[in-house]
Design a protein. Structure first.
Ligand code: PBG
Length: 334
């Protein structure tokens, strides 16, 4: 019997899976510390880091431990840090005043981290009102309690200015207000911050997986964000958001969440010529940690697998709460 090639038994895909060295050599996707971005929370008025129950291993930092985490991130060679401020409860109000106070916790944290790491890490900040408002929405409300898009934009413009003044390299508008990238670009340019870049949360779905983040930022949100974040049933809408954000001046675009939306990551990656990020969010983190804590999945393998999948789907950069740990593992050659 003559051997047939291009089919079994001549062709055997398993030959390229025989050894770790073979698998490593033919791997199409690799993770690198530089493409990982660490989201980090810093809480005002605490002297010890506060552990998050729904995100085991993640804390609300003190100013001091945030600086240490940033230094550790630099040592691990990761690309950036995305800062979220958690103001004291008593300072939150309907318009999110701590978000535009030059001495608000987020601005203080940006200055701290910049002083600690300089330009060795891309310092990014969440540009959104929900961490700073007493109602927990990403914008200001009108008399009927609805989100006032255009009034919110004015707040975002002011936030962009104070964050840039504090020394941030990149702002991350995450509120999904129409026109936000444009007003932020104009505000930055108008204040002489032409070099501050915008990582736009271009595609952001109204997701149940943000659950643990509410604990992380002490949000008192009631209801949901479905009038501003996207419906998970829709894919084409993401292309529309993309078109708008690019036209408004986004330097980089983001898809969020990551794992349940890998088709969208691929769609966006195929459509753009700017860097694409994906955010592996709090609920994605919590699912893996919870299952691993129960002994149901292999934690370390699951982390690498999810990150590789997000990368394979086309994200050049990944925000993940495991960023430093994974970078350290990659540096050890794991
Ligand atoms: C809004 C914002 C959220 C997250 C990042 N920026 C919450 C939301 O949109 O509801 C979620 C991040 C995560 O879940 O890890 N400021």
């Amino acid at each position: 019997m003559s051997t047939t090639y291009g089919s079994f038994p001549g062709t055997r895909p398993r030959r390229l899976r025989t050894t770790p060295a073979m698998r490593r050599m033919v791997a199409e996707t690799r993770l690198h510390p530089a493409e990982l971005i660490l989201p980090a929370f810093v809480r005002e008025g605490v002297s010890e880091p506060v552990p998050l129950q729904s995100m085991p291993g993640v804390v609300q930092h003190t100013r001091d431990t945030l600086r240490k985490a940033a230094a550790e991130a630099v040592a691990a060679g990761i690309g950036g840090i995305m800062l979220f401020g958690v103001p004291e409860e008593s300072k939150k109000d309907a318009v999110g005043t701590p978000g535009t106070d030059p001495d608000g916790i987020l601005q203080v944290a940006i200055r701290d981290v910049r002083a600690e790491v300089g330009d060795d890490l891309v310092i990014m900040s969440d540009l959104c009102l929900d961490e700073h408002t007493d109602h927990g929405h990403c914008g200001v409300l009108d008399a009927e309690g609805r989100i006032d898009n255009d009034a919110t934009l004015e707040r975002y413009a002011e936030m962009a200015r104070v964050q840039a003044d504090a020394g941030v390299h990149t702002v991350g508008p995450s509120g999904m207000m129409d026109g936000q990238v444009r007003v932020i670009r104009e505000a930055l340019d108008g204040a002489g911050h032409q070099d501050v870049s915008i990582l736009a949360y271009t595609v952001k779905y109204a997701s149940a997986f943000y659950g643990p983040f509410r604990e992380a930022v002490g949000s008192s949100l009631k209801g949901d964000r479905k009038t501003y974040q996207q419906d998970s049933a829709n894919a084409r809408e993401s292309l529309r958001e993309l078109e708008l954000d690019l036209a408004e001046g986004a330097d980089m675009v983001m898809v969020k969440p990551a794992l349940p939306y890998l088709d969208i990551v691929r769609q966006i990656a195929d459509a753009v010529d700017v860097p694409v990020a994906a955010y592996q969010i709090s609920g994605e983190y919590a699912m893996v940690e919870a299952a691993a804590a129960n002994g149901w999945i292999d934690r370390d393998r699951a982390i690498m697998e999810t990150l590789t999948s997000v990368r394979r789907a086309g994200a050049g950069m990944i925000l993940t709460y495991w960023a430093t740990e994974v970078a350290q593992r990659l540096n050890r050659g794991e």
